[in-house]
Design a protein. Structure first.
Length: 398
């Protein structure tokens, strides 16, 4: 089996593999792979000339704390059935992570088909979503305010990106997006699907956004709207979005909305009749832990030192080791120390739990309660200050 980067000549084979593995239409794979080949971070396992397994990642900037760090978004990891159980996907993931590390990308996310499969590769659950379904008839009456909701086309992508980033300031996980994403992915035209984008404005100022789909043709008795992307920059725009939902009460029997896990949707209902659940969405990993720690922004008031005994995994073995971390007025210095085994003065932690701590998904206290981290009290207190617990959320699906 030969492992290498894929080229344009390999595209038809990868197209077939993606359609088989994920049930994509030819139109979907064509649009999807246009984006993939725009960046060409693709990797394949070849049995002679035949593509046996493939994957790709795209390079993003992800919000963490008060700044952004490079992130490799892994997607379309697939193997033909006759080549499974050979460890091809794991080997491809190892090569991709090595490529990320060599190119200054120290973090990664993915949407797993099976969580246990990627846990063995050092990824950990760290990004959830809230899925809400409701009849818009149940939304309580909201006061009229000076906000308008108007349909827009893909030319408004800059306004949508600005709202997206402002809305995402409260969450670790928000991604910076480009024109191609907004125009070709979010607002794409698709057969059989009525996809629309809306801006909420106050005067001439855009302050909210909605992207939704409605399957057509539709039956009034079962008609459903799916809102897969929304955001706002002020509370009035948020209320305008729910007034907009209620305005569909005579056309839609059900509205399905993807929301951040900490959003309290029930306050918009006088008598809540809501299906509301939290679902895991993405896994996260520190591909290069030392570099990721260096790139994170820390409070300028923070000073101290901690020794970290980190256990990595087979796909990124370079993470395993003991690190001396020194913070002075918020600036960090990291050195690798010897011996590599855990010592009494070091905090012992796995790459999965450090990834969750780094992103703010769990606090040090919660990890202690889970028996997932142990060490001197002073060191654990410093880690708690370095990585404050923060709501995590990725709005989109890249």
């Amino acid at each position: 089996m030969k492992f290498r980067r894929m080229t344009e000549k390999d595209r038809p084979q990868y197209d077939d593999l993606c359609r088989h593995a994920f049930g994509m239409s030819h139109e979907h794979t064509e649009r999807f792979l246009n984006w993939v080949w725009q960046h060409n971070y693709t990797f394949g396992a070849f049995d002679g000339a035949k593509l046996a397994a493939g994957m790709w990642y795209n390079l993003f900037e992800m919000r963490v704390g008060e700044g952004y760090v490079p992130m490799g978004g892994v997607s379309a990891v697939a193997t033909w059935p006759e080549y499974r159980k050979l460890g091809l996907a794991k080997q491809l993931m190892g090569r991709a992570q090595s490529h990320m590390r060599d190119n200054g990308c120290p973090t990664s996310t993915l949407i797993p088909f099976k969580f246990s499969f990627y846990e063995q590769m050092g990824y950990a659950q760290a990004l959830d979503m809230q899925v809400c379904e409701f009849d818009p008839q149940g939304i309580r009456d909201l006061p009229d305010e000076d906000y308008d909701v108007r349909e827009i086309d893909a030319s408004c992508w800059r306004e949508m990106e600005r709202i997206h980033l402002e809305f995402g300031r409260r969450y670790n996980g928000t991604l910076r997006r480009d024109r191609y994403y907004w125009q070709k992915i979010c607002l794409r035209k698709e057969a059989g699907v009525n996809r629309k984008g809306y801006l909420v404005t106050r005067g001439k100022t855009p302050c909210g956004q909605i992207i939704l789909t409605m399957k057509e043709p539709r039956d009034f008795q079962t008609s459903e709207m799916t809102v897969f992307f929304l955001g706002w920059t002020d509370p009035g725009a948020e209320r305008a979005i729910f007034r907009f939902f209620k305005s569909h009460r005579d056309q839609m029997k059900n509205i399905k909305v993807f929301l951040p896990p900490d959003f309290r949707v029930e306050r918009y209902f006088a008598r809540p009749r809501i299906t509301r659940k939290i679902e895991p969405k993405m896994m996260f990993k520190l591909v290069d832990a030392a570099q990721a720690l260096k790139l994170r922004v820390y409070p300028k008031t923070l000073s101290g030192s901690v020794k970290l005994a980190l256990t990595g995994d087979d796909t990124a073995p370079w993470n395993t080791g003991t690190y001396e971390i020194v913070l002075a007025s918020g600036k960090i210095r990291i050195t690798r120390t010897t011996p590599r085994r855990k010592t009494a003065d070091a905090v012992g932690i796995s790459i999965q739990q450090l990834s969750q701590l780094y992103l703010g998904y769990y606090s040090v206290t919660e990890l202690q309660e889970m028996n997932a981290v142990a060490g001197p009290a002073k060191s654990l207190k410093l880690l708690e200050s370095m990585f404050p617990q923060t709501p995590t959320y990725i709005e989109d699906w890249y």
